[in-house]
Design a protein around this ligand. Structure first.
Ligand code: ADP
Ligand code: MG
Length: 246
């Protein structure tokens, strides 16, 4: 299996705080990889470094073999790294379909700069993506009236409009009801399976992680303390210690 994302010795300090310490891992193509750990473990700091939002204090990140050192968020996004945000980046005054169309137009303008503004084509593609995330029936509603869980699904459709090879999702289900959480992760797992997209995500709900992740990494106080299959992680005494507050 080919490696999509790899880190070696990734570290970030804020003054005296070692938020992330010497984290090394690899994410393979088509993998749904979870990063878990208690609050303050360093998960978001890791994600922010992977997205180019934060500069590592030490260590290297490779995307498909290319060193990301010195690259900013926009450059990394252009290399095919999609992401979803805790606060959605949708336009409230536009409809659901228009939001996806905007993303499609910006993506295709970039990739095929000569492609004309083919409104109809983008509408159809937007509907395909909305269908994929189970929102085709809401295509013509304004985003302002959407339920939170629907906004998150829309955000996923927008991310997919850019045809990412890797999706980074930091707490994609934050603020969602348990049933919505399960549905969003199921949807993400389907997308990984059907589209060959690789995903790195964080999630608080262990049941959701254990039900869907292919592999799980555990971060505690900035350090990677375990990396393995769901069964290995579930039975790892170090992980139990962290979660039982031992
Ligand atoms: P998690 O996402 O796992 O909850 P974070 O990566 O947000 O953890 O935080 C890890 C540690 O780094 C925490 O102790 C947090 O207070 C600290 N931290 C995160 N961002 C900053 C920052 N910008 N300045 C100072 N400390 C920070
Ligand atoms: Mg966080």
């Amino acid at each position: 299996m080919s490696i999509v994302l790899e880190t070696q010795g990734l570290s970030k300090s804020f003054g005296a705080i070692k938020a992330v310490s010497d984290v090394s891992f690899a994410l393979h193509k088509g993998e749904l990889l979870a990063m878990i750990g208690p609050n303050g473990a360093g998960k978001s700091t890791c994600f922010n470094m992977l997205m180019g939002q934060l500069k590592p204090t030490a260590g290297t990140v490779w995307l498909n073999g290319q060193d990301l050192a010195g690259l900013g968020p926009r450059q990394i996004w252009r290399m095919g790294v999609g992401r979803t945000f805790q606060i959605t980046g949708t336009y409230a005054s536009m409809t659901v379909a228009e939001n996806v169309q905007m993303a499609l137009i910006s993506h295709h303008r970039r990739v095929f700069s000569i492609l004309p503004y083919a409104h109809r084509l983008y509408r159809d593609r937007a509907l395909d993506l909305l269908n994929l995330v189970g929102m085709a029936d809401q295509a013509d509603r304004h985003c302002a009236v959407l339920a939170y869980g629907d906004l998150k699904r829309l955000e996923l459709a927008i991310a997919l409009a850019h045809e990412p090879s890797l999706l980074l999702m930091d707490e994609p289900t934050a603020g969602m009801a348990p049933r919505e959480r399960i549905a969003l992760m199921q949807l993400t797992a389907d997308i990984v399976r059907d589209r060959g997209v690789s995903v790195l995500f964080t999630e608080h709900d262990m049941d959701v992680v254990f039900a869907h992740a292919h592999r799980v990494m555990v971060l505690n106080r900035g350090q990677l303390i375990a990396d393995g299959t769901v069964d290995q992680i579930r039975n790892d005494p170090r992980v139990q210690e962290v979660y039982l507050g031992g």
